[in-house]
Write a protein that binds this ligand. Structure first.
Ligand code: RRO
Length: 315
């Protein structure tokens, strides 16, 4: 472990100089946004979830911030997977891993995209999104355990890069166990916990109206309120998945202490969503410095010193 780089980590066999990077979604759709991530202190560049073709996404307004977080129903606006595949050649100039998020509109699309990406050496890993909550008429794959298994069976026949999954939040212990049982049958490299909490509702009481247009105002919730759910998911999957599966924590991280909590639960890296939308890429420098200060005070020289070491009261 390189003690001069206390925040360094390894995810999917790739070395990251900082364990803090962006969540797929905010500010990672266009070339300009990907370049900004490359130039920032983020430990990796993760793309917006890609579909087969360009998508404009849902009608606006489709994102809204409150003091405690956000609601979104973006509807997968993205440039199409070929754009993100082509960006890989540019991403190497930033000297950090480039990960593509894949969220095809069907199993066939996902398989096609993952197969097409397979030969591209400049793509460090793929994050397969099993949890988009915002596509009208399309349930989240991650809530259907058999469908998840069927998809992963086909995906691993064609995958050329290390592949991880972006999971929806689970709330019931048997559901954690059922998903872990599926995932443990495949050579997944990492699990990213959690996507936004699907289908919440935020209300403007002055106007007595919803705050986003798509789906009668229903959308994925991010920010402060989702941190306890995110921590529970990180913790559960850290204990249930095979030892060689890295956990990436995302949900409610806006400062160094939030990142510390995720790592204590077992995250080997953390992603920033709502706070990146709010603050821009400077958040990576600030959160990294706050986390390092916490580690210094506690006498930790690397994140491995406390990763997953959360104590139980009966221990
Ligand atoms: O684009 C979206 O609406 C979206 C996606 Br793909 C996702 O995975 N999570 C989310 O909150 N929004």
């Amino acid at each position: 472990m390189d003690t001069s780089k206390p925040l360094s980590t390894t995810i999917a066999g790739q070395k990251l100089e900082s364990c803090i990077f962006n969540a797929s979604g905010p500010k990672c759709t266009t070339q300009e946004e990907l370049d900004a991530l490359g130039q920032s202190a983020a430990g990796a560049i993760l793309s917006k979830s890609a579909t087969l073709e360009y998508r404009a996404g849902n009608e606006k307004p489709r994102y809204y911030e409150t003091e405690w977080g956000s609601i979104n129903s973006m509807g997968l606006p993205n440039e199409g997977y070929e754009f993100y595949a082509n960006y890989a050649a540019k991403a190497v100039t930033h000297n950090k891993p480039y990960i593509i998020s894949v969220s095809g509109m069907s199993s066939e699309d996902n398989i096609h995209i993952v197969k097409e990406l397979a030969g591209n050496e400049n793509i460090a890993a793929i994050e397969l999104n099993l949890s988009c909550p915002n596509l009208p008429g399309k349930p989240q794959t991650g809530y259907d355990f058999e469908q998840s298994r069927a998809l992963l069976e086909k995906i691993f026949e064609v995958a050329g890069q290390p592949l991880g999954v972006k999971l929806p939040p689970y709330f019931d212990i048997p559901h954690f166990e059922m998903m872990a049982e599926v995932l443990n049958d495949f050579p997944i490299s990492f699990a990213t916990c959690i996507n936004s909490i699907g289908n919440g509702l935020v209300i403007d009481t002055e106007e007595e109206c919803v705050v986003i247009r798509p789906k009668h105002g229903f959308g994925g919730i991010g920010g402060d309120f989702i941190k306890p759910t995110a921590l529970a998911n990180v913790r559960k999957f850290y204990t249930l998945l095979k030892d060689d599966v890295d956990i990436i924590g995302v949900g409610g991280i806006k400062n160094g202490m939030d990142a510390f909590e995720h790592i204590l639960c077992g995250a080997g890296a953390v992603q920033i969503g709502t706070q990146l939308m709010r603050e821009g890429t400077d958040c990576f420098t600030r959160i990294a410095s706050e986390l390092q200060n916490i580690m210094r005070k506690k006498g930790y020289t690397s994140i491995d010193d406390f990763k997953g070491t959360l104590k139980n009261m009966d221990a």
